[in-house]
Design a protein around this ligand. Structure first.
Ligand code: FAD
Length: 450
């Protein structure tokens, strides 16, 4: 029969690693970490592209410079991670129309203000009517219609600009955001954390407690413990499980539970929206876009909302890299994931030629991450309805018997962010330690009784 460990952690993303570290710090070291892919990091993932290191998943440390210190910013400082300040405030003055003209700053500022005001109006109405259905918003008379309105609406909502509603990340940790631009990648922070409790050699984790390429397919749980089965036929047993798979994975049928999860749990899981966020990277033989102060971000206004709207050049992060990034979300993300990269390249080039003229050179390389079709992710991050209380998150987070839940989607204040995942891991391990302490107390009491 398989050996039994105290805790099995499923997933080696930021939440799984931070959960494991806290357990190790509290003396629980017989932990097994089962990770489906061949690496740690999860949605923090670097890739080399066009001669530099780019981030396919999380790219920014969001929430810096405020009254409290963002723990991920602290980790980054300890590791001397190279970062670049991102100033989004100028993006609204770099809005191109389909013929390549930049909207005069007065018009852009007016449209921006109108969009912010109408978004605030919508929120108020939502509040008053206790709507839960965000789709009804598009039927309100103040909905964006022109390309510039649609572009600004996209930036405000799909990028969570803090002007519209207070976002805990910015309220607590500050409004500044820093782009990670380090050859070691954002994921270096995870290696640094893992190093403190797992054996490493020459920068690699060589600890047998971390098991890669282990796709968990079944969790059989009872009052006595949990049996975990993986796709390759292995069986693991533990007193407890911490499950850090994403909300998209929980909504899919990758992992089955025996007995099945209770209704309150599955209902809460279904209630959470999954955002898809896709950064498409394009490499050019030379740069043809404006650089210099206030030019890092630019916007393309098109009649279709979210159609290659939000652009960034990488010259601030990596001078001379000649790389552009365009971000798509949700429906547009799913659309490009389903088509060939060649088709996506064609669309992106057409948009760039509209903005910068017909004579710009073709991109020599393209990278399109596919978070939606990745069966270990099924999306980019959780998104709870704007007007929702914390109940669904609390239910998503609540343990079911010996199975504990963690991950960015279980963070009440910071879901969707790296620091959300990091803090969720700590939170879940604290709750588990408390449970273990209680169990020990009960068993020692019953021994005294005997
Ligand atoms: P994950 O990182 O997903 O870890 C879960 C792990 O579980 C994964 O490694 C997965 O492979 C594994 N797993 C899943 N199923 C199984 C299974 N059945 N068996 C075994 N293992 C399994 N946040 C920011 O703060 N700033 C940003 O700029 C930012 N941008 C983002 C951009 C993109 C494109 C994406 C995708 C995310 C972005 N985020 C950003 C969000 C941030 O990346 C996440 O909130 C955070 O990394 C989630 O960590 P996690 O541990 O909760 O989940």
């Amino acid at each position: 029969s398989p050996s039994r460990s105290s805790v099995i952690i499923i997933g080696a993303g930021v939440s799984g690693i931070s959960a494991a570290r806290l357990l190790a710090e509290n003396g629980i070291e017989d932990v097994v970490i089962l990770e489906a892919s061949d690496r740690i990091g999860g949605r923090i993932r670097k890739e080399s592209f066009g001669g530099v290191s780019i981030e396919l998943g999380a790219g920014w440390i969001a929430g810096v410079g405020g009254k409290e210190s963002n723990p991920v910013w602290e980790l980054a400082s300890q590791s001397s991670l190279r970062t670049c300040f991102s100033d989004y405030s100028n993006a609204r003055f770099n809005i191109y129309d389909k013929s390549g003209k930049i909207f005069p700053s007065g018009i852009a500022a007016d449209s921006y203000k109108k969009a912010v005001d109408s978004a605030i109006q919508k929120l108020k109405r939502l509040d008053q009517n206790c709507f839960n259905d965000v789709t009804k918003l598009t039927e309100l008379p103040c909905s964006p219609k022109t390309p510039i309105e649609l572009a600004i609406d996209f930036i405000l909502h799909d990028f969570e600009m803090a002007e519209v509603e207070p976002i805990s990340t910015y309220v607590d940790f500050g409004e500044r955001e820093f782009l990670v631009a380090d050859e070691r990648g954002y994921e270096f922070l995870l290696y640094k954390m893992a190093e403190s409790f797992l054996f490493t050699s020459e920068g690699k984790i060589v600890d047998s407690r971390l098991k890669l390429n282990k796709v968990v397919r079944e969790l059989q749980h009872s009052r006595n413990g949990v049996t975990v089965k993986t796709e390759d036929g292995c069986v693991y047993e533990a007193n407890y499980v911490i499950l850090s798979a994403s909300i998209g994975v929980l909504q899919s049928d990758l992992i089955s539970f025996k007995p099945p999860l209770p209704r309150w749990k599955t209902d809460a899981i279904e209630q959470c929206d999954v955002m898809v966020y896709t950064k498409i990277f394009l490499k050019f033989p030379c740069n043809f876009w404006p650089c210099g102060p206030g030019k890092e971000f630019f916007i393309y206004a098109h009649e279709r909302r979210g159609y290659y709207t939000f652009w960034q050049h990488m010259e601030n992060a990596y001078p001379g890299s000649n790389i552009l990034v365009v971000t798509l979300t949700n429906g547009e993300s799913k659309r490009v994931e389903a088509q060939s990269d060649k088709e996506t390249l064609k669309e992106a080039m057409e948009v760039l030629r509209n903005m910068f003229g017909p004579n710009i050179p073709n991109a020599t390389d393209i990278l399109v991450p596919r978070w939606w079709n990745n069966r270990f992710q099924r999306g980019s991050y959780s998104n709870y309805p704007i007007i929702s209380n914390y109940q669904p998150i609390q239910n998503i987070k609540a343990p079911v018997g010996r199975i504990f839940f963690t991950g960015e989607h279980t963070s009440e204040r910071f879901n969707g962010y790296v620091h959300g995942g990091y803090l969720a891991g700590i939170d879940t391990s604290k709750a588990l330690l408390e449970e273990i302490r209680k169990e020990l107390e009960i068993s020692s009491e019953s021994q005294t009784f005997l």
